[in-house]
Design a protein. Structure first.
Length: 446
């Protein structure tokens, strides 16, 4: 009796192709709430696939490196090419991407599997996407392995609502806590390359590009923005962008006769960092986190120059809360508006990285909301207008002595949490000075 031919062995990718087929066969939801649930599930699936791709890429890398080592052992005198170029090209072809992008994915896979296990786990859970995993990997690339793993453990939790810029801030803060000397060395090398260039782009326009230290750019942009807002308040009908551009030309081209107003560089810094030898990084609005030594230098420079101002604020040591009095006005103005900007830094809508343009009530005045810091949020124009659409609701967390948290409810009933960025303080062990100041503030607030 003839033996039937053996069935062909299943290819390793057959199960993945079957999963893709099952996914395509899944009916599209008809109900809006179910549509949102499907989008959320698909986004998490994309992240899980990215994590699986990282593991597969790392496996391929190990095989190719072993083969390259075997070739070197057989012919030690021969000059072999770096295997990374070929591996990156293989990965790029498989992913329908360029060789350059293939090498980027190779470096990401190495980082995730070897040094960033918590980030890889967050990617597998769908808490972050591949782009945000790349942010963590890129910001920690200059750290030695043990410090990189420490940053990985510190940043890869409580990620809901964080956009790219907020995540980058969080990672940079943890990097500076552990390696401020390395940051300063890299900054000095980068600072030596500062320059200004111009390029014609057509239609009678050109692009002016300046590569400058971030704190200098923050000061320049704040000055230009303040001038634009002042002009709009006087009734100037030009757009904000046009006013910023025209002010730049007027000042640099010598066309403006009015001297620029003194500009405030907004700095968030802990008392220990400012007055002692604390290592907690400071935060410069528009520039991001800077080492403690740089924060102290900025504060000292501001004190020595009458034409500049350093705005500082104090945060509760254990909670990170910022305290402010209630305004009698229906609008957020002056110091209270500055405090909102310092606390929120960017639009408070989850995952939005746009600059703050509107300071708005979380609970409107018409509904009994107070004009105070606990009921305030900084929003971009688009998110503030979207907030007024039917079905949207914003609610603050009740305790004003905690870092502000807002719950955003969408028309389908889905809830998203938005938490203000942590201020640059070490909550674990408040200093005697911070305990004294916080006790005085609590007594005044109470």
């Amino acid at each position: 009796m003839a033996t039937p031919p053996a069935a062909p062995a299943a290819a390793p990718d057959d199960s993945l192709r079957a999963m893709a087929g099952a996914l395509l066969a899944t009916p599209v939801a008809a109900d809006p709430k179910d549509c949102i649930d499907q989008l959320d599930a698909l986004e998490r699936l994309k992240s899980a696939i990215s994590a699986a791709q990282a593991r597969v890429t790392h496996s391929l890398d190990q095989h190719r490196q072993a083969q390259a080592e075997a070739r070197r052992m057989l012919e030690p005198t021969r000059r072999w090419p770096n295997p990374d170029a070929g591996i990156g090209k293989e990965i790029g072809l498989a992913r329908r991407e360029s060789p350059h992008d293939g090498r980027r994915k190779l470096n990401l896979a190495r980082a995730l599997v070897r040094d960033l296990p918590e980030t890889l786990a967050a990617l597998e859970r769908g808490d972050i996407n591949e782009r945000r995993a790349e942010i963590i990997a890129g910001e920690t690339a200059d750290l030695e392995a043990s410090r990189r793993r420490a940053v990985d453990a510190a940043v890869s939790h409580d990620l809901a609502g964080l956009g790219d810029a907020d995540l980058r801030d969080r990672v940079r803060r943890e990097v500076l806590r552990r390696d401020d000397a390395g940051w300063l060395a890299r900054h000095e090398r980068a600072r030596a390359k500062r320059r200004v260039s111009g390029r014609i782009i057509g239609d009678g326009m050109a692009r002016l590009t300046a590569l400058l230290p971030a704190a200098d750019v923050a000061l320049i942009m704040t000055s230009l923005s303040d001038a634009a807002e002042a002009a709009r308040a006087r009734g100037d009908e030009r757009s904000r962008g046009q006013l910023v551009a025209d002010t730049l030309v007027g000042r640099l081209g010598g066309l403006s006769r009015s001297a620029p107003l003194p500009t405030a560089l907004k700095l968030i810094v802990s008392a220990e960092t400012l007055l002692g030898d604390g290592r907690e990084p400071g935060y410069v609005m528009g520039a991001g986190y800077v080492p403690a030594s740089v924060a102290r230098s900025l504060a000292l420079a501001g004190a020595q120059h009458a034409s500049s101002t350093i705005q500082r604020l104090f945060a509760m040591p254990r909670t990170g809360a910022l305290l402010a009095v209630e305004s009698a006005s229906s609008f957020f103005r002056g110091g209270l508006a500055d405090l909102i900007d310092l606390r929120d830094r960017r639009c408070r809508s989850p995952y939005c990285n746009a600059p703050i343009r509107h300071r708005d009530h979380v609970v409107s005045r018409a509904q009994g909301g107070a004009t105070d810091l606990a009921n305030a949020q900084g929003l971009c124009e688009a998110c503030n207008y979207a907030k007024e659409s039917p079905g949207w609701r914003h609610e603050p967390v009740a305790d004003p002595l905690t870092v502000t948290e807002i719950v955003v409810t969408t028309p389908t009933g889905h809830r998203h949490r938005s938490r203000a960025p942590d201020p640059p303080i070490d909550r674990s062990d408040p200093s005697p000075l911070e305990r004294l100041v916080s006790a005085r503030l609590l007594a005044v607030a109470g």
